[in-house]
Design a protein around this ligand. Structure first.
Ligand code: UD1
Length: 423
């Protein structure tokens, strides 16, 4: 198994290209099930999660080819469809549940394994299934699988009120509703940029969708969807992660493709901490002002609030800030597993339920640490880049799920980082 070795170093300078969004690509890919004609995605990220989704869609009958070293994913679902998403693939990645809505829309029937436990919390699917039931689907749970069947073979439009603005449930219902009979309204829908990206792609395929990016999305069902080519939106989480590199190490780095509108609440917190962000022609330039970073309080919220997927990385920054910061996690119940690892590096962090109190220290110290999930793993790399001495981050397979070429992107701006074989 590989590990990442990081040695703390000085200021960073240069540019980092930001890839297409993992989370957008993972919901755009299942949209291919909605059409018999090809769907091509450009600006796709090259990640193990994308390979898992490829494998899942192929098991359902999709033909998938990749071009330009994985940057372009060309998919076609013109033949017969297998309606069973097997546990062996689904268990690897929760986003596999995004095939449920499209399978029901196309075939009126689906058998999808429940994803099972996940390191950052229970993550149930009740919001997805309650919404689908409103659309005339009967759902039964047997042997760990959801058996879902649309009454009369076709989904019916419905008004659906979400109790919480779930990203995945919004995506599943939105895809399901594109081919339903009549109009579907989702109230309290998620507003994330990945939802808008999915709506853009579905519209290119011929879907009638309004209101994406707001809390009420209206979908007028159509009889069929056609072919489309769609560029995947920029990955705002990769963007935020790399914005933290010069914030932590000093220097000035330009993030190519970066946009403030994707990540406004995060930028406000960086500004309050003492980081300058400027928009350039090619993206965003990030520079730490003189002196130590200042403590800030952060609460994670659905978009446009501070993203939970940047909480661990933000904690790495605040570990060396002047003063005491509070990080409150409101989306997942168990998302502070990076805290004990950061403490091993000399950080002062107290976790009480959904809150972490971080008292900044002047310098972290390198240590062997363990990645526990995707975002936690990159937070440990960021912490190691600012620490005295050497940090070895083990279990980097988590990292490969969501960050492409992390070593070359960070060493390209002057970080001392390498990938090694770990015994
Ligand atoms: C997506 C992102 C993930 C991000 C999360 C929140 C993808 C592939 N993943 O995950 O990176 O951290 O949004 O921004 O896009 N919930 C329920 N019942 C449900 C669905 C969700 O209780 O039926 C709860 C979850 O347990 C969790 C919260 O709602 O506590 C947020 O989940 P959701 O917005 O659905 O996140 P995902 O779509 O799984």
């Amino acid at each position: 198994m590989d590990a990442i070795l990081v040695r703390g170093g000085g200021p960073l300078h240069g540019t980092i290209p930001i890839a297409g969004a993992k989370n957008a690509c993972l919901t755009l890919m299942p949209a291919t099930l909605l059409s018999e004609e090809p769907l091509t995605l450009t600006n796709a990220p090259r990640l193990s999660d994308i390979r898992t989704m490829t494998q899942l869609l192929q098991s359902l009958g999709a033909e998938i080819t990749t071009l330009q070293e994985g940057r372009v994913i060309s998919m076609s679902c013109h033949g017969a469809i297998n309606t069973r998403a097997e546990y062996d693939i689904v268990r690897k990645m929760r986003a596999s549940n995004l095939v449920l809505g499209p399978l029901l829309a196309r075939e009126g029937y689906a058998e999808v394994s429940l994803p099972g436990g996940c390191a950052i919390g229970a993550r149930p699917m009740d919001i997805h299934t309650d919404g689908l039931q409103k659309m005339g689907v009967s759902i039964e749970l047997r042997d760990g699988y959801l058996y879902a069947k649309a009454t009369g073979g076709r989904l019916q439009g419905a008004v659906i009120d979400f109790p919480f603005a779930s990203v995945g449930a919004t995506e599943n219902i939105m895809m399901a509703a594109t081919l339903a009979k009549g109009t579907t309204v989702i109230n309290n829908a998620a507003r994330e940029p990945e939802i808008v990206d999915l709506a853009d792609c579905l519209r290119r395929m011929g879907a009638q969708i309004d209101g994406d990016g707001t809390s009420t999305i209206t979908i007028q069902g159509v009889d069929r969807l056609g072919a489309a080519t769609h560029p995947v939106v920029t990955d705002r989480i990769e963007l935020g992660t790399y914005m933290l590199a010069p914030a932590i190490c000093g220097g000035e780095v330009e993030l190519l493709g970066g946009r403030i509108d994707l990540i406004g609440a995060f930028c406000e917190k960086l500004d309050a901490a003492g980081i300058d962000i400027t928009e350039t022609e090619k993206g965003l330039k990030v520079k730490r002002r003189n002196g130590r970073v200042r403590a800030v309080d952060v609460t994670t919220e659905p978009f446009p609030g501070f993203p939970t997927d940047l909480q661990a990385q933000m904690m790495a920054l605040l570990c060396t800030a002047e003063g005491t910061s509070t990080l409150e996690e409101k989306i997942f119940e168990n998302r502070f597993m990076h805290a004990p690892e950061l403490i091993r590096m000399g950080a002062k962090v107290d976790v009480h339920g959904g809150k972490a109190i971080v008292t900044g220290v002047e310098k972290l110290k390198g240590a062997p640490v363990m990645a526990t999930d995707l975002r936690a793993s990159v937070s440990l790399i960021l912490a190691g880049m600012a620490a005295e001495g050497e940090t070895k981050v083990s279990r980097v397979y988590h990292l490969d799920r969501g960050y492409e070429h992390v070593v070359s992107k960070l060493s390209g701006v002057g970080a001392n980082i390498e990938r090694i074989k770990d015994e």
